[in-house]
Design a protein around this ligand. Structure first.
Ligand SMILES: C[S@@+](CC[C@H](N)C(=O)[O-])C[C@H]1O[C@@H](n2cnc3c(N)ncnc32)[C@H](O)[C@@H]1O
Length: 238
């Protein structure tokens, strides 16, 4: 068993990012059977999702004018995006080590995460908007999408789960085009949120698989703005 683990670790080290700058990926690969405590500790130290070279390359590819990340936590993803030479500003209302952040109150920051909530996207309509594990069932991720649209934003990258998962709420996923129909009304599932009044404003254009902790189903999704006929032009005339 010890030999098997050693071999796994050797292979993992060989597969590591060439820059060697992604310790969370190495930690993930070194654990054959991670415990709940492992996942909690590594999430608090790094991030909820595990970046890979392919995922980071996708962020670079879709971010010609740079990135604005909100809800950035420790700034782990932002630090790796910046390491690729991509301009990025990262925000969180409670950057580490803030006592107000239930996940990262004792975590060291990987990047200079500036204190701001979702309204900051209004200043960055020229960027790609990055959200990594936006909080489940809170309204701010959907508010961010609407404010980013109003600011003329064209590209959103969501790293997380799909509708009904652990990230975002029903309106957020409806705006991202994640519902063909309203599940609550179609099936009479009145414990679910109704999204009949929410129009899909983004369409998925790319997806990159991520390594997952057991029971997680997160991937990286890229969305382009869906223009609506008659919509007023954004601040940048588009
Ligand atoms: C589930 S954590 C994800 C953190 C980080 N993106 C990651 O994946 O590790 C959600 C983050 O959203 C932040 N947050 C809470 N309210 C927010 C708001 N109104 N606008 C932006 N971020 C918010 C929290 O402080 C927290 O750091």
């Amino acid at each position: 068993m010890a030999l098997r683990r050693q071999r796994h670790q050797d292979t993992a080290a060989q597969q590591a990012d060439v820059t060697g700058s992604n310790p969370l990926l190495l930690e993930f690969r070194a654990r054959l059977e991670p415990t709940h405590a492992d996942v909690e500790a590594l999430t608090a130290r790094y991030a909820f999702a595990i970046p890979t070279d392919r995922a980071l390359a996708a962020i670079q590819r879709y971010s010609a004018s740079g990135v604005v990340e909100i809800g950035a936590g420790t700034g782990y993803w932002a630090s790796l995006v910046r390491a690729l030479g991509v301009p990025i500003d990262a925000y969180d209302p409670a950057p580490p080590m803030s006592a107000d952040n239930k996940w990262f109150h004792s975590s060291a920051a990987w990047f200079e995460v500036q204190p701001a909530d979702e309204t900051v996207v209004a200043q960055h309509g020229d960027r790609t908007l990055l959200l990594v594990w936006p909080t489940r069932d809170q309204t701010w991720p959907a508010d961010a999408l609407e404010q980013f649209l109003a600011a003329g934003g064209r590209t959103v990258i969501h790293v997380g789960e799909g509708p009904g998962g652990r990230t975002g709420d029903a309106r957020y996923h409806a705006l991202l085009g994640g519902y063909v129909h309203c599940v609550a009304c179609t099936y009479g599932a009145h414990d679910l949120a109704c999204v009949c009044g929410t129009q899909a404003r983004w369409q998925q254009v790319d997806r990159v698989s991520l390594p997952h902790w057991p029971g997680h189903h997160d991937d990286l999704f890229v969305y382009s703005r869906r223009d609506v006929p008659g919509e007023p032009l954004g601040p940048r005339g588009r």
